[in-house]
Design a protein around this ligand. Structure first.
Ligand code: GAR
Length: 200
């Protein structure tokens, strides 16, 4: 069984998709052990609680400096003996220490076709604003392993999505979620679960 922790900051629709895939048996051999948010008001925490998944807030606001926040986040993760950490809209820079502790065990969903519209400053709606400003006709989503850069780790899955003439950042964001993110993130978890479970 692949023990998965999910880190979130906001609405948690990607978290919901993972929960649904596990509950419907479309993801097998993996269990969501914990959900952690940096934001106490994240609706994602409510989604986790609704499905009886342990859910916690670890906020930088509750710590005197970044170092102690990073240590607290790492300590909370350690409690759950995780095999995989999924960043599902987690808008916090991942501490180097955490990347070193979980090599090739952290994955991230990014709402564009990397290497377009990624890196520092590209998150959430900003990604879609930039894609529309550039006039691309195709965008999409990427799941990748997390290394110590921003959106630079090895790519696991990508899915392209059409950009429409009258798209706003919001309509493009929604289409990319529906057609790409909510599919490829569970798929990537399944691939990693299959690999682990074959090795056992
Ligand atoms: C998603 O679109 C995700 O790809 C994006 O934040 C959104 C979270 O939505 N992540 C990034 O931009 C990371 N750089 P959700 O909370 O509804 O899953």
């Amino acid at each position: 069984m692949l023990r998965v922790g999910v880190l979130v900051s906001g609405g948690g629709t990607n978290l919901q998709s993972i929960i649904d895939h596990v509950e419907n048996g479309k993801i097998t051999g993996a269990s969501i052990e914990v959900v952690i948010s940096n934001n106490a008001n994240a609706y994602a925490l409510t989604r986790a609680k609704n499905h009886n998944i342990p859910a916690f807030c670890v906020s930088p606001k509750d710590f005197p400096d970044r170092e102690s926040f990073n240590d607290a986040l790492l300590a909370k993760l350690e409690e759950f003996q995780l095999d995989l950490i999924v960043l599902a809209g987690f808008l916090v820079v991942i501490p180097k220490k955490m990347v070193e502790r979980y090599p090739n065990q952290i994955i991230n969903i990014h709402p564009s076709l990397i290497p377009s519209f990624c890196g520092t400053g590209y998150y959430g709606l900003k990604v879609h604003e930039a894609a529309l400003a550039r006039g691309v006709k195709i965008s999409g989503a990427t799941v990748h392993f997390v290394d110590d850069g921003t959106d630079t780790g090895p790519i696991i899955l990508q899915k392209a999505v059409e950009v429409k003439e009258d798209d706003t950042p919001e309509t493009l964001q929604r289409r990319i979620m529906e057609e790409a993110e909510w599919k490829i993130l569970p798929q990537a978890i399944q691939l990693i679960a299959d690999k682990k479970n074959q090795e056992e």
